[in-house]
Design a protein around this ligand. Structure first.
Ligand code: ADP
Length: 159
């Protein structure tokens, strides 16, 4: 059976840390669905359509990666798509408690759903979308934080 997985997140905007996880998942599984959260609690800086467009551009070399937006519960979306595995990146101890809580909640809501964690690449441990936004808004150089092909679009939007 082919293994389909979901990589969920807000991707507001995509960073090279996200691409590292997506590319590793793409090499490990048959099909990777990158699911962009639409119902964010926090105010996104980029619309869902913009976040999807940036991800599509940054992942076009991977032919088993699909980018979609989704609303509602991840556990329900996974069931709807026939997916039993969620893949998440784990940066530091700071991610652990939240991710553990999410994984257990998702399993409670959909007992067939497993969460697999990939350890962050040591080079990207510190990297987050909010850090990218903060640096860009203060006029800093984000060229080593975001995929090169979407750098200019991100800078233009965050100006
Ligand atoms: P953030 O806004 O914190 O950058 P997202 O909610 O968009 O993150 O994250 C989506 C997924 O990507 C999560 O599993 C998150 O742990 C992972 N991720 C984000 N940044 C990195 C990174 N630098 N290294 C590894 N995984 C990461």
């Amino acid at each position: 059976m082919k293994t389909k997985v979901i990589c969920p997140g807000s991707f507001d905007p995509v960073t090279i840390g996200h691409i590292d996880i997506i590319s590793r998942a793409s090499g490990m599984f048959d099909h990777v669905i990158v699911a962009v959260l639409n119902n964010l609690v926090k105010n996104p800086s980029f619309t869902t359509d913009e976040r999807i467009a940036l991800l599509k551009q940054a992942t076009k070399e991977f032919d088993n990666v699909e980018i979609v937006g989704f609303d509602g519960l991840l556990a329900d979306y996974a069931k709807k798509r026939g997916v039993n595995v969620i893949v998440k990146g784990l940066r530091a101890v700071s991610d652990f408690e939240y991710e553990f809580q999410q994984a257990l909640t998702n399993k409670k809501l959909n007992p067939e759903l497993e969460t697999v964690f990939l350890t962050s690449n040591a080079e990207y441990m510190y990297l987050s979308s909010s850090m990218v936004k903060q640096v860009a808004s203060l006029g800093g150089d984000i060229s080593s934080f975001v995929p090169q092909c979407v750098h200019d679009i991100i800078i233009e939007r965050l100006k």
